[in-house]
Design a protein. Structure first.
Ligand code: BDR
Ligand code: CA
Length: 318
């Protein structure tokens, strides 16, 4: 049986790749996409998600728009400036054709609550964006902790920050929501932080190979990731020349081939107060805090396997 999943996104040049991999891989059944404020304002993230699904020939996968602001911080992280990294890496619209597809009428949070209440099969939840929708759904229905069998989150960083020296964007953009989710008590919670995604880099040469596949997914992958590489080369260079992380897609690759990341059990908590450290994922690798393990954390990734999974999947998208 295919593995069912719901993807919570703020699409986004790397969310776009995650959507394509989840929608197209033969072992996965992407039953719904929920969107949230993050890389851009909510309506852009929703429209971009619809563009991706239309472009790869999956218009039947429903998209639900969710929360337009963080849970607590009304003006955080908006306003975005022309110089901030998020704006440059994602822009507003993806480099994909416009779509006539529309989001569903139901709110993403209602969709999550209703779907998990009525689920008869296990549905993995994969949030790769600020955790606002997930925290709001938990507030509406605390039993989601038991109803959601597995959560795989792209977010956080132990040795690496990207939006501040201490914090990764998804957690920083709604730290109170992240606090609620990490402390909710999920039985199976996996965190895929920057430490892993910065090991799973995609190069400019590989981008050309994606383009040469000639399929919609191959071309969209090349356009989105090529853009990311151009920006990373200018303002946040990676260890491998002319390369970029494609963070969110690594969570999906892990559902397909778990060994693409290397996991370690750790207690993880979220800093919501620190003037310099707000949004930090505090990963207690050495067990100094006495808090029980609540999470598996990815510290490493296999870049070649990651690219192979995407290349095989996108080649089949005729
Ligand atoms: C995460 O932040 C967003 O900008 C990306 O889409 C990814 O989910 C990386 O820090
Ligand atoms: Ca994202």
């Amino acid at each position: 049986m295919k593995r069912k999943l719901i993807l919570d996104v703020d699409t986004g040049t790397d969310d776009a790749v995650a959507i394509m991999l989840a929608a197209l891989h033969e072992d996965l059944d992407l039953i719904g996409v929920t969107t949230v404020n993050g890389n851009a304002e909510l309506h852009y993230c929703t429209d971009n998600s619809l563009r991706v699904l239309d472009y790869i020939g999956k218009p039947e996968i429903p998209v639900y728009a969710g929360c337009p602001k963080p849970l607590v911080r009304n003006d955080f992280p908006i306003p975005r400036t022309k110089n901030d990294l998020t704006e440059k890496i994602h822009g507003k619209h993806l480099p994909l054709p416009e779509t006539a597809l529309k989001a569903q009428k139901q709110h993403a949070v209602e969709y999550l609550v209703e779907t998990y209440r009525n689920a008869t099969d296990p549905i993995t939840l994969v949030p790769v964006a600020p955790l606002t929708n997930i925290a709001a759904a938990l507030a509406v229905e605390p039993k989601l902790v038991d109803l959601i069998p597995e959560v795989v989150i792209m977010g956080g960083g132990h040795d690496v920050g990207n939006v501040t020296p201490a914090a990764e964007f998804n957690i920083w953009a709604d730290p109170e929501a992240a606090y609620a989710v990490f402390n909710a008590g999920f039985e199976k919670l996996t965190m895929v932080p920057l430490d892993a995604t910065h090991k799973a880099l995609v190069t400019a040469t590989q981008c050309r190979q994606f383009d040469e596949l000639g399929t919609p997914a191959g071309k969209a992958m090349a356009a989105c990731t090529g853009h990311r590489i151009g920006i990373h080369d200018k303002i946040q260079k990676m260890d491998v020349e002319h390369s970029a992380p494609v963070h969110d897609a690594l969570c999906i690759a892990h559902l397909i081939q778990p060994e693409v990341i290397t996991l370690e059990e750790c207690p993880v908590d979220i800093e919501t107060q620190g003037a310099l450290t707000v949004g930090r994922t505090v990963v207690d690798k050495n067990r100094r805090g006495g808090k029980p393990v609540n999470c598996k954390v990815a510290f490493d990734a296999n870049a070649q396997l990651f690219v192979d999974i995407m290349m095989d999947t996108f080649a089949k998208n005729k």
